[in-house]
Ligand binder design. Structure first.
Ligand code: PGA
Length: 255
């Protein structure tokens, strides 16, 4: 049996999207029906659109995920959403540890690991995000920082079949700048080694996504890098045509 992971192209809408955005998802569904791709496709809208999109995507080629969850199942945590609630409204994925949550909400890797464990406890595939800041890169600390985050952010109970890693250099997010293919290969290669150390042979089957300014014009080059098994896409996931243009990296006829 091949351990090559099936790639994943995931859209992270962040704090964007109203009911009027559903027209874009309609268009995406049509585009995906017209030209199938050899990758999984995931949309992570804001919490407010999950229920509606769950109904919309039911039985389609698009999976649904959330952008965060609380480590506890329920309780007195005003404003938070639990993994059980996400499962209840039709999610199969959850993103944890995005750098914007680490920065805006002071989330530590230890908390990220608890959230990932909560997600997996509800049978959600968890996308665990890691990535260095520009200052850390300039100081030559990229591999150390990413390796350290990875170690602490993957829970002790992690199920490799439900774990996805997203490498997102903080300085590349929303900036239009990306690392070189060589730099991406170096970091993803290190992550793969750490996954082997952690999960043994199952580490080969885990998907390692690249995220940070992925767009149709650079997707093929980035997705062709060894150990890049898909993309986590922010801005370009908001427009069906752009997101579909990234998925083209996994359409044989578009290569
Ligand atoms: P971007 O965001 O594609 O807009 O750079 C990526 C992300 O933060 O997941």
């Amino acid at each position: 049996m091949s351990m090559e992971p099936r790639p994943l192209v995931a859209g992270n809408w962040k704090m964007n999207g109203l009911k009027t955005s559903l027209a874009e998802t309609g268009r995406l569904s049509t585009l995906l029906k017209e030209r199938s791709a050899s990758c999984d496709v995931l949309i992570c809208p804001p919490f407010t659109l999950l229920m509606e999109l769950a109904a919309f995507f039911a039985g389609s080629a698009v999976d649904l995920g959330a952008q965060d969850c609380h480590p506890q199942k329920s309780g007195a945590h005003t404003g938070d959403i639990s993994a059980e609630m996400l499962r209840d409204c039709g999610c199969s994925y959850v993103i944890v540890g995005h750098s914007e949550r680490r920065a805006d909400h002071g989330e530590s890797s230890e908390l990220v690991a608890q959230k990932a464990a909560a997600g997996q406890g509800e049978d959600l595939t968890t996308i665990i995000c890691v990535g260095e800041t520009e200052a850390e890169r300039d100081q030559g600390k990229t591999l150390d920082v990413v390796s350290g985050q990875l170690k602490k952010s993957i829970p002790g109970t992690a199920d490799p079949a439900k774990t996805v890693i997203a490498y997102e250099p903080v300085w590349a997010i929303g900036s239009g700048r990306t690392p070189t293919a060589g730099d991406v290969a170096e970091v993803h290669g290190m992550i793969r080694t750490r996954l082997f150390e952690r999960f043994g042979g199952a580490g080969q089957g885990l998907r390692i996504l690249y995220g940070g300014s992925v767009k149709p014009s650079n997707a093929s080059e980035l997705m062709a890098v060894t150990n890049v098994d898909g993309a986590l896409v922010g801005g370009a996931s908001l427009k069906a045509d752009d997101f579909n243009g990234i998925i083209d990296a996994y359409r044989a006829d578009a290569r």
